[in-house]
Ligand binder design. Structure first.
Ligand SMILES: [Zn+2]
Length: 325
C-alpha cells in the first residue's frame, strides 16, 4: 500500500527519537561531529535499554516438594520469561497458562543432568493489565501461582491518519494477522544454542511497545517490534538458527520472512526489498536472509524485527545478546 501522507509516517516510524542531527553551523569541527555522533549513539543505546522491560535478573526460588522452581519476581507487559525447574522429576512437570489455554511439558536443558533440569517459556501481552496466572502440574499435585505484572503508564503516540485510512490499514492488518496466526501456531524443538544476534549492523531507530493511536477515538495499537533504519539493500541476518516458516508480500508488512526457532518462538523480518530464502530452508545464526527495503506500509527503508512467542509479539531486546532461557 502506498501512503501519500509520507511525512506523518516518517516522523513517527522512521526518525530516531531524541537523536541529534549533525548540522554545519558556525564553529562546527570534525571533533564536534565526533562528539555529536558519540552522544547520539549513547543516547540511542540508553533509550533502547530504557524501553526494554525489566530483564529477568530478579528471580525468586520456590521449593516445591523435591523440586525447585525459579521464576521472575515481576514481569512487564510484552515480556517473555522463563520458568525453570530443577530436581528429580523436573522434566515431567507440566505448565498450564489458563489465559492462553496452553499446556506444555517442560523442555530439558542441554546439560549432563538435563533430566533434572527443565524450563518453560511464558509471555505477557502488551495489552495485559492483570497478573498472569500459572498452574504447575507435577506427579503429585497442582501448584497455582500468579506472576505480578507491572504495568507502566506510557504516553500514547498520536498519529495523524484519517479515519478512512485507519480503517483500511486495520482491515489489511487483521487479514495478515489471521494468516500469520496459522504459521505461528506451528512449533518444534529448540533450534538455538547461541545468543540471539542483531539482524542488522545498524542502530535501532524506533523502540518496541510504544502505544499508538492512528486517529482520535480509534483503539490503541502497540509497536510490535523494533525498527532499524538503514539504507535500502543493507543485509539482514538471521538472529539465530531456525527454519524458514513463511515468505510473502503483504500490504502492511511488505515483503516478510518468518523464521521458526522452535518452542513456539518465531522471528519476523518486515518491509524487505529482497528476500533471499525459501520456505523450509534451514538457516544459520548470522546468515544473510534478505535486504532492507521500504515495502508495505513504510515510507523510508527500515527493518521491522519481531519476536513472536506463541503468536504474541514480545520485546526483542529481551532476547538479543542472550541465550534464552
Ligand atoms: Zn516497526
Amino acid at each position: 500500500m502506498a501512503l501519500k501522507n509520507s511525512n506523518v509516517l516518517e516522523s513517527h516510524w522512521e526518525r530516531p527519537r531524541g537523536d541529534f542531527q549533525p548540522s554545519s553551523k558556525k564553529g562546527f569541527t570534525w571533533f564536534s561531529l565526533f562528539l555529536i555522533l558519540l552522544c547520539s549513539s549513547l543516547n540511542v543505546h540508553a533509550q533502547a535499554l530504557e524501553s526494554s522491560p525489566k530483564l529477568e535478573s530478579s528471580r525468586k526460588i520456590v521449593k516445591w516438594g523435591r523440586l525447585e522452581l525459579s521464576l521472575p519476581r515481576q514481569i512487564s507487559p510484552g515480556q517473555a520469561f522463563s520458568l525453570r525447574f530443577s530436581g528429580r522429576g523436573a522434566s515431567r512437570v507440566r505448565v498450564r497458562f489458563p489465559l492462553e489455554g496452553f499446556e506444555t511439558l517442560g523442555s530439558t536443558l542441554e546439560s549432563p543432568e538435563s533430566v533434572k533440569k527443565s524450563f518453560v517459556l511464558g509471555r505477557a501481552r502488551l495489552e495485559d493489565q492483570k497478573n498472569i496466572p500459572l498452574e504447575l502440574i507435577s506427579q503429585y499435585e497442582i501448584l497455582k501461582l500468579s506472576l505480578p505484572l507491572e504495568v507502566e503508564k506510557k504516553e500514547v503516540q498520536q498519529l495523524e491518519f484519517k479515519k478512512t485510512e485507519f480503517l483500511s490499514i486495520n482491515k489489511n492488518r487483521s487479514a495478515e494477522d489471521f494468516k500469520l496466526g496459522k504459521i505461528y501456531g506451528l512449533s518444534g524443538s529448540r533450534a538455538w544454542t547461541e545468543p540471539f544476534a542483531a539482524p542488522v549492523r545498524g542502530r535501532i531507530t524506533s523502540p518496541y511497545g510504544t502505544p499508538r493511536q492512528y486517529t482520535p477515538g480509534t483503539p490503541i495499537s502497540y509497536h510490535s517490534g523494533i525498527d532499524y533504519g538503514s539504507p535500502s539493500g543493507t543485509p539482514i541476518y538471521a538472529v539465530n538458527a531456525g527454519q524458514v516458516a513463511f515468505v510473502g508480500h503483504y500490504a502492511v508488512r511488505g515483503n516478510i520472512t518468518v523464521l521458526n526457532h522452535g518452542l513456539g518462538l518465531y522471528t519476523a523480518y518486515l518491509h524487505q526489498s529482497k528476500i533471499l530464502v525459501k520456505v523450509g530452508q534451514k538457516v544459520a545464526r548470522g546468515q544473510k536472509i534478505g535486504e532492507i527495503g521500504s515495502t508495505g506500509l513504510s515510507t523510508a527503508p527500515h527493518l521491522h524485527l519481531e519476536f513472536r512467542l506463541r503468536g504474541v509479539a514480545v520485546s526483542p531486546l529481551e532476547w538479543l545478546g542472550r541465550v534464552m532461557p
